[in-house]
Ligand binder design. Structure first.
Ligand code: DQA
Length: 170
């Protein structure tokens, strides 16, 4: 079952202007954050991560929409849906699909929206099969190893990432 969370309908940041819209996608097994292997992923639950990201987004003048699914197909569909709504950047932790999913890579290439790859753990300190990512070379940036702070660090970096993505195109 896919789950979504989003900032107040208008995407308002308490009276301030929303200048950017960020879509946060959490992949497989991340719905169990807080109870799943807490020694690796910590004890904070996903709904608390999303609530804090939405709040941080308000402070930064960004509308944050969060989505989680255990299904590769639903993640692909959610990426496609970002074509019909304004999405400036995708913050994506694909979970284990990071290491296997050509479909998610192709969806990101199809919609042409900049993506930041996020991981709670430093995958390079773990099993070799986690060292390969199907999206590493198409991501504008990658943040990993900071636990749930990986997401907030990524959100804080969005403006800079978009600026350099734009100047790359010119
Ligand atoms: C993860 C790392 C992946 O290897 C793993 O399969 C996950 C979580 C991370 O956030 O550290 O599910 O993406």
């Amino acid at each position: 079952m896919a789950k979504k969370a989003e900032a107040g309908k208008s995407g308002s940041n308490g009276g301030g202007e929303v200048s950017l819209r960020a879509l946060v996608i959490h992949g497989a097994n991340l719905n169990l954050l807080g109870e799943r292997e807490p020694e690796i992923y910590g004890r904070v639950r996903l709904e608390d991560v999303d609530r804090e990201l939405i709040e941080l987004g308000r402070e930064l003048g960004m509308a944050v929409v969060a989505f989680q699914s255990n299904s590769e197909g639903e993640i692909v569909e959610r990426i496609h849906a970002s074509r019909t709504e304004r999405t400036d950047i995708i913050l994506l932790n694909p979970g284990s699909y990071t290491h296997t999913s050509v479909a998610i890579r192709d969806a990101l290439l199809a919609v042409k929206i900049p993506v930041i790859e996020i991981h709670l753990s430093n995958v390079y300190r773990r099993e070799p099969f986690r060292h390969y990512s199907t999206i590493a070379d198409i991501a504008a940036g990658r943040i990993m190893g900071f636990g749930v702070d990986s997401y907030s660090l990524a959100l804080r970096a969005v403006r800079g990432v978009l600026k350099s993505a734009r100047s790359d195109r010119h």
